[in-house]
Design a protein. Sequence first.
Length: 552
Amino acid sequence: MTAVQGTQTQRREAEVLDFDAIIIGAGMSGMYQLYRLREMGLRVRVLEAGTGVGGTWYWNRYPGARFDSESYSYGYSFSQDVLDEWDWGECFSGQPEIERYCNFVADKFDLRRDIQFSARVTAAHYDEAGRYWTVKLADGAHYRARFLITAIGLLSAPTMPRFAGIDDFQGQWCHTGLWPKEGIDFAGKRVAVIGTGASGVQAIQEIAKSARQLIVFQRRPNWCTPLHNRPIPKDEMERIRAGYPELFQLCRETAACFIHTVDPRGTFEVTDEERLAFWEELYAGQGFGIWQGNFRDMLTDREANRLMSEFVAGKIRERVKDPKVAELLIPKDHGFGTRRVPQETHYYEVYNQPHVKLVSMLEQPVDRITPTGIRTSAQDYDVDVIIYATGFDAVTGAFDRIDIRGDGGQRLKDKWTGGPRTFVGVMVDGFPNMFMIMGPHAALGNNPRSIEYNVEWIRDLLGRMNAHDLIETEARPEAVGEWHAFVHEKAEGLLVNEIDSWMTGINMNVDGKQTRTVVRYSGTAPEYRAKCDDVAAGGYRELRFASANSVA
Ligand code: NAP
């Protein structure tokens, strides 16, 4: 093809594009990206599988679902109007309030007019000649857009256990991540909950309040610590509002964007009494302080971690009356904080109640699901409802469920066999004009803080392309290689990366996810942002660009 023919092709194709950008997902990421791209004058369509906004907070409507970040540190920071007008009701708000918040933001900026609901994306293919993405929906519709932005979350592909007979169950069943809008009434019912991660723990402590009988099926226990939630009185909310600039500045400076951050002292640099007093203070404190604000070596030094684990084990033994049950609830295969710490409210006390039973699947594995309940190697448990709190195909799972194909028809899923490779978690070589918010190897933590950063970085990049008449960009393979090496370097020496969990790419219910992989960026968020800022300041040398006039 000659240069002139190439240009003509570009022009013809540009005329048939439905949108400048398609965003997949209307959660916190997709909503904010829509706001920013619309502000630039782009024609944008958000495709959302659900019937409402909120993403995680739309799907995970199980009883007890709530923030583990302080509410006021989690909300959007970009709009003074939103900060002025929205009052958080609790330090750690529950799902109904969070969903209301997402709807409030959607209403405020009239976002819904560019969001297509009940639109599940099944495929996205890049057309190299035309330099656009064709995005297909489950209902057969398809759209073309220059840019594709994934805002699909890192924990949004629920996974079920591979138990025999799962479809035989005659009672009601549900996964925590696909909770029905009409809710489930547990009153007077015999209920089984399978799984004791953050979702299971939140659900168990709530379901126990109304179920006639609750049987918790636990495989590996987690270290859970008190959330210490409470309502926020009006006058306190006014003080929080007045302090928002300092609060968000603090979140910009902390390692994982929480209001808590690592204590600069080492575990053995203080006396035994000081150490214990500090841990007591953290245990009595709110939220993730005990995980994110602990001694600096707690997650790197084995002895420090062992001591901290002993401290929390002691708390569990104090709180659970039956010593055998307490021992079952104390993790023996990993130290405190090396898996995601579920935050709890009277979780351990649930097991002191006569209508609650803990079954260890390590002692009696599940044989199968029967029409009336769950059969383990030891006995049959008849129940009316089974709740699967069995987690997600994390980080890459939501990408794998969409048939994403880049240059030459290569599939993203194939490219990521053996682990994801990205440039700053936002771009992938061979997949031009595709951008990921909260993609693999981007900074995580208190997610909206990282979301806002990612969204604005993408906005700035598209703004630059617009200004220079560029219609295509792609990460250079060598830049991806360098980022990959950096992410792996940052993962070294962390105890968390020696333990099986979604944070190390493990999900026993998903083929190919049985080997630990570096799926997360483990450096600090400020370091991540500094790297990304440098890319922009340096004129995006890590990216390749093409203008409408260059030959495809
Ligand atoms: P998860 O942490 O992956 O926990 C899944 C649970 O199900 C584990 O206890 C696991 O046992 C068990 N399980 C899975 N498959 C099983 C099988 N085949 N047989 C027996 N047990 C099985 O999932 P999650 O609780 O949904 O939480 C995932 C993440 O979502 C959290 O870590 C957190 O980042 C996020 N989350 C956030 C919030 C919040 O911010 N408020 C709330 C909930 C979740 P094993 O441990 O033995 O594999």
